[in-house]
Design a protein around this ligand. Structure first.
Ligand code: G6P
Length: 605
């Protein structure tokens, strides 16, 4: 999704801005741009191609300066076109970039038109640029405070003025923005990753903050208009993590990193104790009588899997809701529920809003399972478990999902223990299985050549159906999501028992049906569902394991997973589905890491 970088320095900052944009590319974007203060004027360059192309343009134009802002745009208002790309200018005096959505842009546009402003783009952002110019008092910091009061919606902005050459002003409400502290130079960005290699001294701005960025100082005013000091945190540079290494795509790299990611996520867990979720965890876990999971996308599917675990193992009633639905629904709040948000980025707008909605309804027992230790989600929840997947660049989530599952299984065991449902023997046995997961996943990854052979057949199809039952129904959903996201094949998943209530009508020889078929208590039921598919000529692609007694025959293709893994089996079964999606997309020649229209971190509604 959109990314922001800004800088005020005593050296040419073009390389820092461009490098920052490159580091934000993984979030997904469709155009990009940079603006600089050059000899008393505003200069800019914009492109609907990649940041590498923008870099060439900037070099050819010798665009250099000490003060500037840059942006990657993911279109919401107005098509992905150069004239809609940020930075937006107003009357040659104000340059501005924006993440988020301004909801009252139509009203403001009318007012500004009446005041004589002409609009070059269809964006909501240009409205803010003109508003800042319209209200400009000669002091940009003061002006941005005035302007943001008139904005309804979500935003992070960075803005500078032709008339104040050594100043960039930032503001946030609903979208993340951070300040990077340098030596006689300061930076702004939507994500600390953008500044990796430039500075690791980071200030996380809070809701409603407006920041004045100058070379020697930063000055922050909070939502109440009071000057505030915010803590400077040292963050780890992620430089190495975003190198591609020997892999062809980040998604492939991230699939193969899963044994390491799971091992890191479980590192230091010698026994089950509530403390791993935070100091206050025991008290909270004792009090709660149910769990409410809120998440989006792939994270929602890990939540669905956790429901099966939490109810079966911990005996705790669990509801799972899509965050964008929950936030607007009249629900019945339960102050004794544990609200669990699951998020790779910790910045997904709908999940954050759902969390705040739950809190506003009196639900204060909050926990997040998150991959970004410094994210808003972690800051706003009482408890947290940080998955250590490392930076995930591929838009289609892989290692973030499997590490979420590992963390959610730990949560299950912990709640089971607190509720008196986990014997020492069971705890030891589960922990042993968890420690073996990295080796078990490595063995599954070795199936890649067989999956490549299947992918060739899938690449020629336009539809696919995924079936699973019980714990593996969410895994079927995740497999279908992976395939549609990156190969653009229409894929849907069903709990296999529902097949006869609709999707069976779609089954012909043209329909590949992927079946997640571990040898669990549902296997015989699942086999009957598979017969229903074969009887209609559907071609089955089955991921079996252990003693499932499913063998390859006409119209039935089987890949056997090395071992059956009991309750943890979803963590293994998702891996071949990730590989199937990856190789199918590769065979179709799509942009695997940056699928069309999608973004990595969805910071707008
Ligand atoms: C986007 C990403 C998905 C992700 C979802 C939720 O749609 O493309 O991969 O699952 O957002 O993101 P989160 O960071 O909250 O897990």
């Amino acid at each position: 999704m959109c990314g922001i970088v800004g800088a005020v320095a005593q050296r040419n900052i073009t390389p820092i801005l461009v490098e920052g944009l490159k580091r934000l590319e993984y979030r997904g974007y469709d155009s990009c741009g940079v603006a600089l203060h050059v000899d008393g004027k505003l200069e800019r360059s914009r492109s609907t191609a990649r940041v590498a192309e923008l870099e060439k343009q900037v070099a050819e134009a010798h665009l250099e300066g000490f003060t500037g802002i840059a942006h990657t745009r993911w279109a919401t208002h107005g098509a992905p076109a150069s004239h809609n790309a940020h930075p937006h200018f107003s009357r040659g005096r104000i340059a501005l970039v924006h993440n988020g959505i301004i909801e009252n842009h139509d009203e403001l546009r009318e007012e500004l038109r009446a005041a004589g402003y002409e609009f070059e783009s269809q964006t909501d952002t240009e409205v803010i640029a003109h508003l800042v110019d319209h209200l400009y008092t000669g002091d940009l910091f003061e002006t941005v405070q005035l302007a943001t009061k008139q904005l309804v919606g979500a935003f992070a902005i960075a803005v500078f003025s032709r008339d104040e050459p050594h100043r960039v002003v930032g503001a946030r409400r609903g979208s993340p923005l951070i300040v990077g502290i340098g030596n006689g130079e300061n930076f702004l960005a939507s994500d600390a990753l953008a500044l990796a290699g430039t500075t690791n001294q980071i200030v996380y701005l809070e809701e409603g903050d407006v920041v004045d960025l100058q070379m020697q100082r930063i000055w922050i005013i909070d939502a109440n208009g009071k000057q505030v000091e915010r803590e400077v945190k040292t963050v780890q540079a992620h430089t190495a993590a975003v190198e591609l290494g020997p892999y062809r795509h980040y998604m492939q790299k991230e699939i193969f990193e899963q044994p390491r990611a799971i091992a890191d996520t479980l590192e230091g867990i010698e026994s089950i104790t509530p403390d791993i979720f935070g100091d206050k965890a025991y008290g909270i876990f004792k009090k709660i009588d149910s769990v409410l999971i809120l998440a989006c996308g792939t994270s929602y599917y890990s939540g669905m899997t956790a429901k099966y675990w939490l109810e079966a193992v911990a005996g705790v009633r669990t509801d799972v809701e899509i965050a964008s639905e929950y936030r607007y629904r009249d629900s019945v709040p339960n102050p004794n529920a544990l609200v669990v948000t699951i998020s790779q980025s910790g910045e997904t707008a709908d999940t954050l809003a759902a969390l705040r909605h739950a809190q506003s309804q009196g639900m204060q027992h909050t926990l997040t399972i998150c991959n970004a230790a410094t994210s808003a989600m972690v800051r706003e929840c009482a408890l947290a478990y940080i998955t250590r997947a490392g930076v995930e660049v591929g838009v289609a989530s892989t290692k973030a999902f499997s590490t979420q599952l590992a963390a959610l299984f730990l949560l299950t065991l912990t709640l089971a223990q607190v509720k008196g449902r986990l014997s020492d023997e069971k705890e030891a046995a589960f922990l042993k299985e968890m420690r073996h997961l990295p080796a078990a996943i490595t063995a599954v990854l070795a199936l890649e050549p067989q999956i490549i052979a299947w992918a060739e057949a899938f690449a020629r199809k336009e539809n696919a159906l995924f079936l699973g039952r019980g714990l593996h129904y969410p895994i079927a959903l995740e497999g279908a999501l992976k395939l549609k996201e990156i190969s653009y094949i229409h894929a849907e998943a069903y709990p296999a028992g529902e097949l006869k209530h609709g999707p069976l009508a779609l089954v012909t020889e043209e329909m590949p049906v992927v079946t997640v078929a571990p040898a669990d208590s549902m296997i015989d039921k699942l086999k009957s569902n598979m017969q229903e598919v074969r009887a209609r000529g559907g071609e089955l692609y089955v991921f079996a394991d252990g003693d499932s007694r499913i063998t390859t025959s006409e119209g039935v293709h089987v890949i056997r997973m090395p071992e059956h893994y009991g309750l943890l089996s979803p963590i293994l079964h998702v891996v071949p589905l990730q590989l199937l999606a990856y190789h199918t997309a590769l065979a179709r020649g799509t942009d695997v890491d940056k699928p069309r229209n999608l973004a990595k971190s969805v910071t707008v509604e």
